[in-house]
Design a protein around this ligand. Structure first.
Ligand SMILES: Cc1ncc(COP(=O)(O)O)c(C=O)c1O
Length: 458
């Protein structure tokens, strides 16, 4: 049933009462916020009736099965009528079914801990590392290494592990014990052209930092399998193999943040499964229930889980963590339905095929427009790095990348860009269409970009 509303009144109330994410509200003195009222497949309609094609799955790579998916709607609605909530210290049917099915997709991992945002899932991972340090290493192995350009969340501690300076500015002081190591961008490699074994070289930067910090004090490293909001950076061959060796050598837990890449975005169930790597902890959120309910997971190996098994009289030997909304049943009900839907409709195959189609289309644009310095990606997750000059690779300003986004928006196509991440590197256009996309929508996206690049100059 269509909702009835008074558009002018709602826009005025939005401006008066709502504080939008990542937004300087001064802009609304001269323009109105875009308010969406309806989504169907990959298209959304705003309050004025304008339709848009969504090339970024809900803006932040979340609505992976598109809007109005009947299977997920029904799963959520049926479950909340049956039992909407009970604290996760107790069990419920959707959590059991979802956890079992998720673990089937993650050989080598065995336990699922639920919460409700990517930041929270990563906080849990950090708490696990800190507690293991107390339980097994006298509290000494408490440091966590993160990578430049990676993002792990919005809380003060996940920002402490954030490699994007603009997200951190003005929010310090941060949680102690977090240390950065360099990014692995091949396009912006510090090594001379023609350097071989780039993957290994980038990974060895981790070892340098571990040694400098004193290996006995380092408990874990956290990495996105493909850096997402930091510019869609795919690690070079050999990278994760060397990271794994370093983790083994120094007894570090490897945390893989699959908040963006997880659940099919890159053409495999998880981004790390493209590489030869065995994580100890995997976190995930956005695609888990594809935006139909909030849910996040911190998944661990049995070995990690066993570190928390002790005599019940031991008041410190278990994971003393809780998340109120980790007991909402809508999340795992939608998560289970999402996994079943993806299997039944061979969604991963579609991601691989459509991902190649999109990447090839973007490479054609790269041939036409000098402003495109680099095209990269995996599956339905692609980035275009824009430059003023291909030879020097000088990045375009954030305003230029913003103009490309705005030109696509005028044509009714919503694309994304790195946003408020780095002072000089908010120059990557991001595309992450729903995993059920067809060539029809991809052609429309490519056409909009083609038109945008005809008018936007570096
Ligand atoms: C890689 C990564 N990790 C963690 C997060 C934080 O997730 P949330 O916004 O659900 O807290 C994000 C959000 O964009 C992300 O991209």
């Amino acid at each position: 049933m269509a909702q009835s509303f008074n558009a002018a009144e709602l826009i005025a109330d939005d401006k008066k009462y709502v504080w939008h994410h990542l937004t300087q509200h001064k802009v609304y003195e001269k323009s109105d916020p875009i308010i969406f009222v309806k989504g169907e497949g990959m298209r959304v309609t705003d309050i004025n009736g304008k339709q848009y094609l969504d090339a970024v799955s809900g803006g932040v790579w979340t609505v992976n099965l598109g809007y109005g998916n009947e299977t997920l709607c029904k799963a959520v609605s049926d479950q909340i009528k049956e039992l909407c909530y009970f604290a996760n210290g107790y069990g419920n049917i959707p959590t059991i079914r979802f956890s079992k099915k998720l673990i089937e997709k993650m050989p080598g991992l065995s336990r699922v801990y639920l919460s409700n945002s990517g930041s929270e899932a990563n906080e849990k991972a950090f708490k696990i590392v800190r507690q293991i340090s107390q339980l097994k290493h006298g509290g000494k192995k408490y440091k966590i290494i993160y990578r430049n350009r990676d993002y792990h969340g919005t809380t003060i501690t996940t920002l402490s592990a954030c490699g994007q300076e603009e997200r951190k500015m003005q929010y310090g002081p941060f949680t102690p014990g977090f240390v950065e190591f360099p990014a692995c961008s091949v396009y912006r490699s510090p090594y001379p052209a023609g350097t071989t074994n780039l993957g290994e070289k980038f990974a060895l930067e981790l070892e340098k930092v571990v040694q400098a910090e004193d290996p006995d004090t380092v408990g874990a490293v956290i990495l996105e399998p493909i850096t997402a909001g930091g510019g869609v950076i795919v690690p070079p061959d050999g990278y994760f193999e060397t990271i794994t060796e370093i983790c083994k050598k120094y007894g570090l837990l490897l945390i893989i943040d699959e908040v963006v890449c997880g659940l099919g975005r890159t053409g495999k169930w998880f981004g790390y499964q493209h590489f030869n790597v065995k994580p100890d902890i995997v976190t995930m959120a956005k695609g888990v229930a594809a935006g139909y309910a909030p849910i996040s997971c911190t998944v661990t190996t049995e070995e990690v889980f066993q570190d928390f098994i002790a005599d019940p009289s031991d008041r410190e030997g278990y994971f003393r963590d809780i998340s109120t909304f980790g007991g909402c049943t809508s999340g795992p009900a939608a998560g289970y339905a999402n996994l079943c839907y993806m299997e039944e409709h061979n969604v991963l195959d579609n991601v691989v095929k459509m991902g190649e189609y999109l990447l090839n289309g973007l490479k054609e644009l790269e041939k036409k427009y000098e402003i495109i310095g680099d095209v990269r990606g995996k599956g339905l997750f692609c980035g275009l790095e824009l430059v003023k000059d291909r030879a020097t690779r000088e990045p375009v300003s954030e305003a230029v990348a913003g103009a490309v986004v705005a030109e696509c928006m005028k044509q009714g196509v919503i694309i994304g860009k790195t946003s408020r991440s780095f002072r000089e590197f908010n120059n990557t256009i991001c595309l992450a269409p729903a995993l059920i996309t067809t060539t029809v929508e991809l052609d429309e996206i490519l056409k909009a970009l083609d038109n945008a690049f005809k008018v936007v100059k570096a």
